[in-house]
Write a protein that binds this ligand. Structure first.
Ligand code: DGY
Length: 431
């Protein structure tokens, strides 16, 4: 298993970073790279450091880390939306997009400080020799500042996402209501490259794509200025990952001798955890929900769809005990089937009317969310459940050839094979 995972990561390595998949995703993706670095650290701490450094070289002046860093050697039509759609070096200039590299203009979940910390710990000697933490720290601090200041559309302290691609679970039913207000772009105006490599029944629909394109083009046409878009959602998974990365950044600061900054950051991470509970927790459902800030109702409304993102806050250490206990109960109940009947935790409610075991984030199980839940279970003392999930994750990863995602009941693979984070996170759990 270790050798096969290492081979998948070698096959996707470009010399400076790792593609999620040679065919479907031939560039560098932001949260993919963070998860990939977490696994890569066991094979080559140096490559894991380079992976993150390559990504951060594409950071914008306003602090945002773009969700894609384009490889100029890849033909333009290999992936859509391509650099000529995002136009980062022109439309992104006001927001400080770098001139030397082409990127997208939206972001993805901030798993990076967590990744930097774990990569440092894998080989502290190499890390110190290369000043890995000292160089990463100002970039991570600017990244978090961007999210906590510029993206606080709800004014409560949480970061909001302006596109479903930013939260990372692109076509989750959690976005159906907020997306329904967006007029799709005419499909004749662009060509989907994803369907060249993925089965249409495994991928988002054309209607979803039309809406993704409309939102991204509108953001670009506002020159990536924040605050005015049609889509703004406070999401539990995105914010939990930000808070978890705040804790990691506090550790990085302590390691660098920045003790005051570290304590202040840790206190803020704790306060943000409480804000997350206040804004997004539903005690009757025992789950976190997304808050749609553009619903037309004052402070926005919770979207009543059960997505796996609602379980991800289990990774937070300061979660009140009653919340953590209720989350575990929900994970093990009929909606997510942890420990049976599902082999892995699905991306969406097994009993939901929109559930589809093959279609991307509308039901299939993904390795990154299951890896996060495994950590969360362990953190909250659920050792037997964490061990069970770890075993299931490793079995399904091996059987499916490190599929991009799988049917949550059968473990049958969907999407790409030899997928970067599936291989990397299996590798992380092997050790
Ligand atoms: C895609 O292209 O499907 C990605 O998820 C968007 O980043």
């Amino acid at each position: 298993m270790r050798e096969r995972a290492a081979e998948a990561l070698r096959a996707n390595w470009t010399g400076t970073s790792t593609v999620p998949s040679r065919q479907l995703y031939p560039h560098q993706w932001s949260w993919d790279s963070a998860f990939i670095a977490i696994g890569l650290r066991h094979l080559s701490p140096l490559r894991a450091q380079l992976e993150l450094e390559t990504l951060f070289r594409a950071q914008w002046g306003d602090g945002r880390v773009p969700h894609i860093v384009f490889n100029p050697a890849v033909p333009l039509d290999a992936y859509f939306p391509s650099p000529d759609f995002w136009r980062s070096t022109t439309a992104g200039r006001a927001a400080g997009a770098p001139g030397a590299v082409q990127t997208s203009g939206i972001v993805q979940p901030p798993v990076h400080a967590l990744a930097v910390w774990l990569v440092h710990r894998a080989d502290p000697g190499l890390s110190r020799a290369r000043s890995f933490l000292a160089r990463a720290h100002p970039r991570l601090a600017a990244w978090h500042r961007y999210l906590l200041d510029r993206r606080d559309a709800g004014g409560a302290g949480l970061a909001s996402v302006v596109h479903p691609w930013e939260q990372g679970m692109d076509n989750s039913p959690c976005w159906d209501a907020p997306l329904s207000r967006v007029t799709p772009t005419d499909p004749a105006a662009y060509r989907r490259a994803d369907l060249d490599h993925g089965a249409p029944e495994d991928r988002p629909t054309d209607l979803d794509y039309g809406r993704y394109v409309r939102l991204a083009a509108a953001y670009r046409d506002r020159r990536y200025a924040d605050g005015a878009g049609e889509f703004a959602v406070e999401d539990p998974s995105f914010n939990a990952l930000l808070i978890s990365s705040e804790y990691a950044l506090a550790r990085i600061e302590a390691e660098l001798g920045l003790h005051e900054a570290s304590s202040a950051r840790e206190a803020r991470a704790q306060a943000l955890t409480w804000t997350l509970v206040e804004r997004l927790w539903d005690p009757a459902e025992g789950l976190f929900f997304s808050r749609d800030l553009r619903s037309g109702h004052g402070d926005g409304e919770l979207v009543p769809e059960r997505g796996v993102g609602g379980l991800v806050p289990l990774i937070l250490p300061a979660l009140p005990h009653r919340v953590a206990t209720a989350l575990v109960r929900t994970a093990c109940g009929p909606h997510f089937g942890l420990g049976g009947p599902a082999r892995l935790v699905p991306s969406y409610d097994l009993t939901g009317s929109a559930f589809d075991p093959r279609r991307y984030w509308r039901g299939p199980a993904w390795f990154n969310t299951n890896w996060l839940l495994e950590r969360g279970l362990r953190l909250h003392g659920e050792r037997a459940r964490a061990d069970g999930l770890r075993r299931a994750l490793l079995d399904v990863a091996g059987e499916s050839g490190f599929a991009e995602y799988v049917d949550p009941y059968t473990g049958r693979g969907c999407g790409a094979r030899g997928f970067g984070w599936s291989a990397a996170l299996a590798l992380d759990l092997l050790l």
